[in-house]
Design a protein around this ligand. Structure first.
Ligand SMILES: Nc1nc2c(ncn2[C@@H]2O[C@H](COP(=O)(O)OP(=O)(O)O)[C@@H](O)[C@H]2O)c(=O)[nH]1
Ligand SMILES: [Mg+2]
Length: 197
């Protein structure tokens, strides 16, 4: 099972990215995907959406999985794997969750078989310039475990702003792939799908 964490601050577009990925992964590649949601933004992945992809959604109630629901997440992943055995489990934690804690928790847990683990970090191009100072610490924590960074909402910024954001991400210590995307229109999402080859 391929465990995929889609992390990033509230409103950056995590759910939009996941919906876009599911279309590509399910419809063109036929992967069986399960999404575990711990983020209750205005745009949720509800049971109806998951049933379209042949699965039922699991909602974790009661807050952030990295703290209060750490064991809740583990149990959920274990049950999902045992009962549904999907090819891919995608977890969307709340914006404030530290992805490293989640990764350590699922890796250390017996009863969960993970062949592959990928961490996708999403940042919001529109808000990045205004918020990076305030969120420097959580951003650095997220980048530490990222396999790929998506700079989302590129429709809202200039090329110059985008260069500045990429530069900042580098100075934060991330040297992996940084992709500029517009998730709500599926623009430039190809590189992300390479994670699933
Ligand atoms: N302009 C623009 N808005 C986007 C894009 N992707 C997502 N959004 C919007 O950003 C908002 C937050 O998206 P959502 O996926 O719910 O973010 P989450 O909280 O990280 O899951 C929604 O209103 C989306 O429609 C994009 O590429 N461009
Ligand atoms: Mg969301």
């Amino acid at each position: 099972m391929h465990f995929v964490l889609v992390s990033g601050l509230l409103g950056v577009g995590k759910t939009t990215v996941i919906l876009n990925m599911m279309d590509a992964l399910y419809e063109s590649k036929g992967h069986r995907i399960m999404v575990i949601e711990n983020d209750f933004g205005n745009k949720g992945i509800d049971g109806e959406v998951m049933r379209k992809y042949g699965m039922d959604v699991q909602e974790l109630k009661g807050g952030c999985i990295c703290c209060t629901l750490k064991t809740g997440l583990i149990d959920t992943v274990r049950v999902v794997q045992a009962n549904m055995d999907p090819d891919i489990i995608i977890v969307e934690p709340t914006g404030i969750a530290d992805p490293e804690i989640i990764i350590n928790a699922v890796q250390d847990c017996s009863g969960i078989e993970i062949d592959r683990l990928s961490t996708i970090i999403v940042v919001d191009a529109e808000r990045f310039a205004k918020t990076w100072k305030m969120f420097e610490r959580p951003l650095k924590n997220q980048l530490k475990v990222a396999d790929i960074v998506l700079v989302n909402k590129i429709d809202t910024v200039s090329d110059e702003d985008l260069d500045g954001i990429k530069e900042r991400i580098k100075t934060f210590g991330f040297n992996g792939p940084v992709e500029a995307v517009q998730a709500d229109k599926g623009v430039n999402m190809g590189k992300l799908l390479e994670l699933f080859e």
